[in-house]
Write a protein that binds this ligand. Structure first.
Ligand code: BJW
Length: 242
């Protein structure tokens, strides 16, 4: 990391592991979401077409979980907001998470590449609206008034993640790439480290355990996010002061 300059852009990819200590489940840990649900049923367009009620109920439960007052941003979310606010160069946070804990933690320059749980999308117009309530198979779209034409604003398997052009532009021009709390198994996010590295970025993984892409990073720190991220952010900010 010795080459990192204070004017360099930093790109950070986060995954479910960063929100685990806030009380939200990851996907692929032993107690994770995919141990309870078949992803083909709840996270694909085909699953939604087969059984919309099952999919709406799955996201209704997760939306209610996110809105639980006990679920709050943790020290890792706060540290990334401090980095964005203090680092002289640009800090772009790209999250795979559909929760809003980064925003609540104070981050502003943020892309939700897999969508947002507190938004819904009209199936007829594509319009995206803020949404905090349950959605049933009869809920009218607030855009057209047609019942049953509203889906969670989530990117499912086989669908194109959001804002990819902006993400790849940032990856091609960053000096530091961080990957935090993600297993590195879902593409295209799992390939971001190679994209950044090929353009000369220094890359660091911060995760509880070695990810699928561990060998692709220049450095790895394996510890809970609430410990590893604040300490690493202080290390980066020390470079701005140097
Ligand atoms: C801690 C911790 C603590 C725990 N501190 N750490 C074959 C090869 C390559 C690609 C493909 C392929 N076949 C299909 C594909 C493409 C497919 C894909 O990647 N599949 C793979 C499974 C193989 N990808 C897609 O379809 C994507 N779209 C796409 O590629 O578009 C192009 C295209 C379009 C059209 C046609 C064809 C191509 C879309 C992917 C959508 C992902 N959606 C989900 C669900 C929706 C959101 C939701 O419901 O929440 O997004 S899946 C799920 O996985 C979710 C997550 O965002 C995503 C990543 O998971 P994440 O965040 O990494 O969580 P975990 O649980 O896996 O890992 C957590 C980590 O944290 C662990 O390592 C823990 O150790 C750690 N941890 N506690 C720090 N306290």
């Amino acid at each position: 990391m010795d080459q990192l300059k204070a004017t360099d852009r930093i790109v950070i990819l986060t995954g479910a592991g960063i929100s685990k200590e806030s009380g939200l489940d990851t996907f692929r840990d032993a107690d994770g979401i995919w141990a309870q649900y078949d992803l083909e049923d709840v996270a694909t367009p085909q699953g939604f077409a087969r059984n919309p009620k099952l999919v709406q109920d799955f996201y209704n439960a997760r939306r209610r979980g996110l809105l639980d007052p006990d679920v709050q941003p943790n020290a890792a979310h706060a540290a990334l907001a401090r980095l964005e606010q203090t680092w002289p160069g640009e800090v772009l946070l790209v999250t795979q998470n559909i929760d809003d804990l980064h925003e609540r933690g104070g981050s502003a320059n943020l892309i939700h590449m897999h969508g947002e749980l507190l938004k819904a999308r009209c199936l007829d117009t594509g319009e995206v609206v803020a949404w905090h309530d349950d959605i049933t198979v009869e809920t009218p779209s607030p855009v057209t008034g047609t019942p049953g034409r509203l889906r969670p604003h989530i990117v499912w398997f086989g669908e194109m993640p959001l804002e990819m052009e902006r993400i790849y532009q940032a990856l091609a021009t960053c000096g530091l790439f961080l990957s935090i709390g993600t297993s590195g198994t879902v593409y295209p996010a799992a390939g971001f480290v190679q994209e950044a590295a090929v353009h000369g970025a220094y890359s660091v993984e911060l995760n509880m355990e070695p990810s699928a892409g561990r060998g692709l990073f220049d450095e790895a720190i394996h510890a809970p996010a609430t410990e590893a991220v604040p300490a690493f952010v202080e290390r980066v900010l020390a470079r701005a002061a140097a």
